[in-house]
Design a protein around this ligand. Structure first.
Ligand SMILES: *[C@@H]1O[C@H](CO)[C@@H](O)[C@H](O)[C@H]1NC(C)=O
Ligand SMILES: *[C@@H]1O[C@H](CO)[C@@H](O)[C@H](O)[C@H]1NC(C)=O
Length: 281
């Protein structure tokens, strides 16, 4: 009973570290993007005459979440697989006959655990105005399908604008999406980067975000573990009660003073070498 409670806390602490894909704070090479204005299911359709029929190819996708389950009115065999973020459907229309779905499969996402990967392919640029949203999908005829959305920062476009289909080749659906949401937050895409003597700053910046958020998550987990194990130890072995359950209580009483000492120390150091530039160590 007690140990299952502790396990529960541990599990939720660990869940914090699992980096769930967050469209509101998408991280690419140290820059943050808010893709949430694009969070909706869009449909891209193109028709081709294929005498004596007409063939319609549709792509349904949401860059921020898996597609919603289709209604029961759609026969199971015609539905996109569960967990798909992007789906490809081919429908064949023949005069006077009921349209027939001839292909339906996931071009992105095939289980609820799948998440898109964001990567900047333009290396060396300080403010990437382009990045890729990549996600694997179903395997068809020994080829793993995937979707590759190239996001391009364009502040004169609108977030309601649809992506263009570049092609579907060798199982890779390539899209291009020029929207304001693809512009990095903080400073904006068309602003000049800070310019004075920051040569050594760039590499630190471009890998900073991910590292610090990982360290922070790790810190949270370790603190939670420490607290849980400490309380369990005090309760079960020392048989303490009340406030004495808190591990190392004497230390925590001192903690505010330690913090203020530390802050003063760091403040003194920073003031002393401010002109030397911020070299993060
Ligand atoms: C494609 O053809 C279908 C069936 O005729 C039609 O319902 C649909 O609107 C067409 N879509 C486009 C984009 O032309
Ligand atoms: C940005 O979007 C606007 C409006 O859609 C378009 O006219 C313009 O050509 C685009 N700019 C670039 C650089 O693609």
């Amino acid at each position: 009973m007690r140990s299952s409670f502790a396990l529960g806390i541990l599990a939720s602490a660990l869940a914090l570290t699992a980096s769930a894909f967050d469209c509101k704070k998408a991280q690419v090479a140290g820059h943050t993007y808010d893709l949430s204005p694009l969070s909706r299911e869009i449909t891209l359709e193109s028709n081709a005459t294929t005498p004596p029929t007409l063939t319609s190819t549709r792509y349904v996708l949401n860059p921020c979440a898996p597609l919603k389950a289709e209604p029961d009115s759609v026969p199971e065999i015609d539905r996109c697989p569960n967990g798909a973020w992007a789906c490809r459907l081919v429908t064949n229309f023949k005069k006077d006959e009921k349209p027939r779905i001839t292909e339906v499969n996931a071009v992105a996402g095939k289980s609820s655990k799948d998440e898109p990967v964001l990567e900047a392919k333009t290396s060396g640029s300080d403010k990437p105005s382009e990045f890729h949203w990549i996600m694997k999908g179903a395997e068809v005829e020994k080829t793993v399908w995937s979707t590759d959305i190239k996001f391009v920062c364009n502040k004169s476009a609108k977030d309601q604008d649809l992506p263009t289909v570049v092609g579907f080749k060798d199982g890779v659906l390539s899209l291009e999406w020029a929207v304001p949401a693809a512009c990095a937050l903080g400073g904006g895409g068309d602003e000049k980067p800070p310019s004075d003597g920051d040569k050594e700053k760039k590499p630190v910046e471009s890998s900073g975000g991910g590292f610090f958020s990982t360290m922070f998550s790790l810190f949270v987990v370790i603190s939670a573990l420490y607290l849980v194990l400490g309380v369990m130890y005090n309760y079960l072995i020392v048989r303490a009660t009340g406030l004495d359950l808190i591990p190392n209580r004497a230390f925590w009483r001192e903690f505010p003073y330690l913090c203020s000492d530390f802050t003063q120390h760091v403040w003194g150091m920073v003031n002393g070498r401010r002109r030397g530039g911020y070299s993060v160590v």
